[in-house]
Design a protein around this ligand. Structure first.
Ligand SMILES: [Zn+2]
Length: 230
Protein backbone atom coordinates (compact mmCIF):
# COMPACT_ATOMS: atom_id res chain seq x y z
CA UNK A 1 0.00 0.00 0.00
CA UNK A 2 1.31 3.43 -0.84
CA UNK A 3 0.57 6.42 1.36
CA UNK A 4 1.11 10.13 1.25
CA UNK A 5 4.11 11.44 3.11
CA UNK A 6 5.58 14.88 3.25
CA UNK A 7 9.00 15.31 1.68
CA UNK A 8 11.80 13.80 3.72
CA UNK A 9 13.28 16.03 6.39
CA UNK A 10 16.99 16.80 6.26
CA UNK A 11 17.83 14.11 8.78
CA UNK A 12 15.88 11.46 6.91
CA UNK A 13 17.50 12.47 3.65
CA UNK A 14 20.95 12.08 5.23
CA UNK A 15 20.00 8.58 6.39
CA UNK A 16 18.76 7.71 2.88
CA UNK A 17 22.15 8.80 1.53
CA UNK A 18 23.88 6.65 4.15
CA UNK A 19 21.82 3.61 3.11
CA UNK A 20 23.01 4.07 -0.49
CA UNK A 21 26.61 4.69 0.62
CA UNK A 22 26.52 1.50 2.70
CA UNK A 23 25.20 -0.53 -0.25
CA UNK A 24 27.99 0.84 -2.44
CA UNK A 25 30.55 0.18 0.29
CA UNK A 26 29.46 -3.45 0.69
CA UNK A 27 30.11 -4.04 -3.00
CA UNK A 28 33.41 -2.10 -2.89
CA UNK A 29 34.48 -4.25 0.09
CA UNK A 30 34.03 -7.37 -2.04
CA UNK A 31 31.28 -8.84 0.14
CA UNK A 32 28.55 -8.45 -2.45
CA UNK A 33 28.27 -8.17 -6.20
CA UNK A 34 25.89 -6.36 -8.51
CA UNK A 35 22.32 -5.81 -7.37
CA UNK A 36 22.33 -8.76 -4.97
CA UNK A 37 21.87 -7.99 -1.30
CA UNK A 38 20.11 -5.04 0.29
CA UNK A 39 20.52 -2.50 3.06
CA UNK A 40 18.13 -0.79 5.46
CA UNK A 41 18.17 1.56 8.45
CA UNK A 42 15.53 2.07 11.11
CA UNK A 43 13.76 5.42 10.80
CA UNK A 44 11.35 7.00 13.24
CA UNK A 45 9.96 10.48 13.55
CA UNK A 46 6.79 11.97 14.98
CA UNK A 47 4.73 10.69 12.04
CA UNK A 48 6.56 7.52 11.02
CA UNK A 49 7.77 4.29 12.61
CA UNK A 50 9.63 1.97 10.29
CA UNK A 51 12.73 1.79 8.17
CA UNK A 52 14.37 2.98 4.95
CA UNK A 53 15.37 0.23 2.49
CA UNK A 54 17.02 -0.05 -0.89
CA UNK A 55 14.52 -0.47 -3.76
CA UNK A 56 14.39 -3.61 -5.87
CA UNK A 57 16.00 -3.71 -9.29
CA UNK A 58 17.99 -0.47 -9.24
CA UNK A 59 21.82 -0.61 -9.35
CA UNK A 60 23.15 1.01 -6.18
CA UNK A 61 25.25 3.45 -8.19
CA UNK A 62 22.09 4.74 -9.87
CA UNK A 63 19.96 4.90 -6.74
CA UNK A 64 18.90 8.39 -5.67
CA UNK A 65 17.93 9.23 -2.07
CA UNK A 66 14.31 9.76 -3.21
CA UNK A 67 14.23 6.18 -4.51
CA UNK A 68 14.97 4.66 -1.13
CA UNK A 69 11.68 3.14 0.05
CA UNK A 70 10.21 4.04 3.43
CA UNK A 71 8.30 1.16 5.01
CA UNK A 72 6.34 1.04 8.22
CA UNK A 73 6.63 -1.93 10.56
CA UNK A 74 3.13 -2.85 9.33
CA UNK A 75 4.61 -3.30 5.85
CA UNK A 76 3.13 -0.20 4.19
CA UNK A 77 5.42 1.30 1.57
CA UNK A 78 5.95 4.97 0.82
CA UNK A 79 7.77 5.70 -2.40
CA UNK A 80 7.65 5.40 -6.16
CA UNK A 81 9.57 2.12 -6.29
CA UNK A 82 9.02 -1.28 -4.74
CA UNK A 83 11.24 -2.17 -1.79
CA UNK A 84 13.83 -4.94 -1.93
CA UNK A 85 12.19 -8.34 -2.29
CA UNK A 86 13.64 -9.18 1.15
CA UNK A 87 11.74 -6.42 2.96
CA UNK A 88 9.98 -9.03 5.12
CA UNK A 89 13.03 -10.08 7.08
CA UNK A 90 14.13 -6.46 7.45
CA UNK A 91 10.68 -5.59 8.83
CA UNK A 92 10.54 -8.63 11.11
CA UNK A 93 14.05 -8.08 12.50
CA UNK A 94 13.25 -4.44 13.36
CA UNK A 95 9.98 -5.55 14.95
CA UNK A 96 11.67 -8.32 16.97
CA UNK A 97 14.89 -6.59 17.94
CA UNK A 98 15.10 -3.23 19.66
CA UNK A 99 18.90 -3.36 19.22
CA UNK A 100 18.58 -3.48 15.42
CA UNK A 101 19.13 -0.05 13.92
CA UNK A 102 20.53 -1.18 10.57
CA UNK A 103 20.61 -4.36 8.49
CA UNK A 104 23.03 -5.42 5.77
CA UNK A 105 22.15 -8.48 3.67
CA UNK A 106 24.76 -9.76 1.23
CA UNK A 107 25.55 -12.74 -0.96
CA UNK A 108 29.18 -12.66 0.25
CA UNK A 109 31.11 -15.44 -1.55
CA UNK A 110 32.63 -17.35 1.38
CA UNK A 111 29.68 -16.96 3.74
CA UNK A 112 27.38 -18.09 0.93
CA UNK A 113 29.66 -21.03 0.10
CA UNK A 114 29.28 -22.29 3.67
CA UNK A 115 25.55 -21.54 3.54
CA UNK A 116 25.25 -23.70 0.41
CA UNK A 117 26.67 -26.55 2.51
CA UNK A 118 24.15 -25.66 5.26
CA UNK A 119 27.11 -25.02 7.53
CA UNK A 120 27.09 -22.29 10.13
CA UNK A 121 30.37 -21.00 11.55
CA UNK A 122 31.44 -22.80 14.75
CA UNK A 123 33.84 -21.23 17.29
CA UNK A 124 36.91 -22.19 15.26
CA UNK A 125 38.24 -18.66 15.96
CA UNK A 126 37.48 -16.49 18.98
CA UNK A 127 36.28 -13.63 16.77
CA UNK A 128 33.11 -15.65 16.06
CA UNK A 129 31.94 -13.96 19.28
CA UNK A 130 31.75 -10.67 17.36
CA UNK A 131 28.28 -11.80 16.23
CA UNK A 132 27.19 -11.97 19.86
CA UNK A 133 27.44 -15.68 20.70
CA UNK A 134 29.40 -18.91 20.47
CA UNK A 135 28.62 -19.59 16.84
CA UNK A 136 27.06 -18.01 13.77
CA UNK A 137 24.04 -20.06 12.77
CA UNK A 138 22.88 -20.99 9.29
CA UNK A 139 19.11 -20.63 8.84
CA UNK A 140 17.43 -23.45 6.93
CA UNK A 141 16.53 -22.83 3.31
CA UNK A 142 13.34 -21.08 2.25
CA UNK A 143 12.50 -19.25 -0.99
CA UNK A 144 13.80 -15.66 -1.13
CA UNK A 145 11.31 -12.99 -0.20
CA UNK A 146 9.01 -15.31 1.74
CA UNK A 147 7.62 -15.04 5.24
CA UNK A 148 9.06 -18.51 5.87
CA UNK A 149 12.58 -17.23 5.14
CA UNK A 150 11.99 -14.26 7.41
CA UNK A 151 10.82 -16.49 10.26
CA UNK A 152 13.87 -18.74 9.85
CA UNK A 153 16.21 -15.72 9.76
CA UNK A 154 14.76 -14.15 12.91
CA UNK A 155 15.12 -17.51 14.70
CA UNK A 156 18.73 -17.95 13.54
CA UNK A 157 19.50 -14.43 14.80
CA UNK A 158 18.24 -15.12 18.33
CA UNK A 159 20.98 -13.91 20.67
CA UNK A 160 23.14 -13.02 17.64
CA UNK A 161 23.81 -10.09 15.36
CA UNK A 162 24.53 -12.17 12.25
CA UNK A 163 23.45 -15.40 10.56
CA UNK A 164 23.90 -17.25 7.32
CA UNK A 165 20.95 -18.15 5.07
CA UNK A 166 21.12 -21.61 3.51
CA UNK A 167 21.72 -21.58 -0.28
CA UNK A 168 21.45 -17.81 -0.20
CA UNK A 169 23.76 -15.46 1.78
CA UNK A 170 24.06 -13.71 5.13
CA UNK A 171 22.49 -11.04 7.33
CA UNK A 172 24.33 -8.66 9.67
CA UNK A 173 22.49 -6.45 12.17
CA UNK A 174 23.98 -3.42 13.88
CA UNK A 175 23.41 -0.37 16.04
CA UNK A 176 24.24 1.72 12.97
CA UNK A 177 24.81 1.23 9.24
CA UNK A 178 28.55 1.48 9.83
CA UNK A 179 28.46 -1.25 12.48
CA UNK A 180 26.23 -3.55 10.44
CA UNK A 181 28.58 -3.22 7.47
CA UNK A 182 31.67 -3.80 9.64
CA UNK A 183 30.04 -6.92 11.06
CA UNK A 184 29.19 -8.21 7.57
CA UNK A 185 32.84 -7.77 6.57
CA UNK A 186 33.94 -9.57 9.76
CA UNK A 187 31.55 -12.48 9.15
CA UNK A 188 32.80 -12.85 5.58
CA UNK A 189 36.41 -12.81 6.85
CA UNK A 190 35.58 -15.55 9.37
CA UNK A 191 33.76 -17.54 6.67
CA UNK A 192 36.83 -17.34 4.43
CA UNK A 193 39.18 -18.46 7.22
CA UNK A 194 36.84 -21.31 8.18
CA UNK A 195 36.56 -22.39 4.54
CA UNK A 196 40.35 -22.31 4.21
CA UNK A 197 40.79 -24.39 7.37
CA UNK A 198 38.27 -26.93 6.02
CA UNK A 199 40.56 -27.48 3.01
CA UNK A 200 43.11 -29.00 5.41
CA UNK A 201 40.68 -30.82 7.67
CA UNK A 202 38.32 -30.14 10.56
CA UNK A 203 39.53 -27.10 12.52
CA UNK A 204 39.89 -27.34 16.29
CA UNK A 205 36.95 -25.51 17.85
CA UNK A 206 37.13 -23.54 21.08
CA UNK A 207 35.28 -24.92 24.08
CA UNK A 208 32.18 -23.37 25.65
CA UNK A 209 34.33 -22.25 28.58
CA UNK A 210 36.87 -20.57 26.30
CA UNK A 211 34.10 -18.81 24.39
CA UNK A 212 32.49 -17.66 27.66
CA UNK A 213 35.80 -15.97 28.50
CA UNK A 214 35.91 -14.25 25.10
CA UNK A 215 32.28 -13.10 25.30
CA UNK A 216 32.93 -11.70 28.77
CA UNK A 217 36.06 -9.88 27.60
CA UNK A 218 34.14 -8.38 24.67
CA UNK A 219 31.50 -7.19 27.12
CA UNK A 220 33.86 -5.91 29.80
CA UNK A 221 36.83 -4.52 28.00
CA UNK A 222 35.28 -3.18 24.84
CA UNK A 223 36.41 -4.06 21.36
CA UNK A 224 38.92 -3.03 18.74
CA UNK A 225 37.63 -0.37 16.36
CA UNK A 226 37.16 -2.82 13.51
CA UNK A 227 34.68 -4.86 15.55
CA UNK A 228 30.97 -4.18 15.48
CA UNK A 229 28.98 -4.20 18.70
CA UNK A 230 25.36 -3.36 19.43
ZN1 LIG B 1 19.51 -12.21 -0.93
Amino acid sequence: MKGERTLPATEERALRESVIATALAMNAAGINRGKAGNVSARWRDSAFNGFLITPTGVPYRQTAPEQIVAMTLAGETHGALLPSSEWRFHRDIYAARADAQAIVHTHAPFATTLACMHRGIPPFHYMVAVAGGKDIRCADYATFGTQELSDLAVAALAGRRACLLANHGMIAVGASLEKALALAVEVETLAEMYWRALQIGEPVVLTDVEMDVVLEKFRTYGQPQSVAKP
